[in-house]
Design a protein. Structure first.
Length: 156
């Protein structure tokens, strides 16, 4: 039986290894977890270090694991890793970027409401297949391809 409550809104690996794979959409290819939930990177983070905790981690929960993460389809297994967070939990990294979920995506696979949002002092982006901030390929969208979209997506 599953318990209802706040904790159910954020995807979890349920104590097993976190699995990452590449998802394809009309806009391009980006990382998702094993159940298809979008994962994000925070531009403020430095390689191997997360600068998102407290209120930030409530909105952008870290992708955590209790064991080594697993590479699914399209993932470079050598680029997967973990870092130890200030609270002692292990957070999954890809090409050195700590990975996060976005609370507004809830537990719905395929949602990407966190793409190109400016919060907590820096930008948040889906993670491209090579570990870079995701850049939509279609050219549709906001019309800004400069990467300096300062106010983008500020709902919520």
């Amino acid at each position: 039986m599953f318990a209802a409550g706040c904790g159910g809104a954020i995807p979890s690996s349920d104590g097993g290894p976190a699995v990452l794979k590449v998802s394809s959409s009309a806009d391009g290819r980006y990382l998702v977890d094993g159940q298809g939930h979008s994962v994000y990177l925070f531009e403020k983070d430095e390689s191997g270090e997360s600068y998102c905790d407290g209120a930030c981690a409530a909105v952008w929960p870290p992708l955590e694991t209790s064991t080594a993460p697993s590479a699914g389809a399209g993932i470079d297994s050598g680029a997967l890793g973990t870092i130890k967070r200030d609270d002692g939990d292990m957070q999954v990294t890809y090409h050195g970027h700590p990975l996060y979920y976005y609370a507004a995506d809830a537990s719905t696979p395929g949602k990407d409401k966190g793409e190109d949002i400016e919060q907590f002092g820096a930008g948040w982006y889906l993670v491209g297949a090579r570990g870079e901030p995701f850049e939509p390929e279609s050219g549709s969208g906001s019309g800004s391809n400069s990467g300096s979209n300062i106010g983008g997506g500020g709902y919520g």
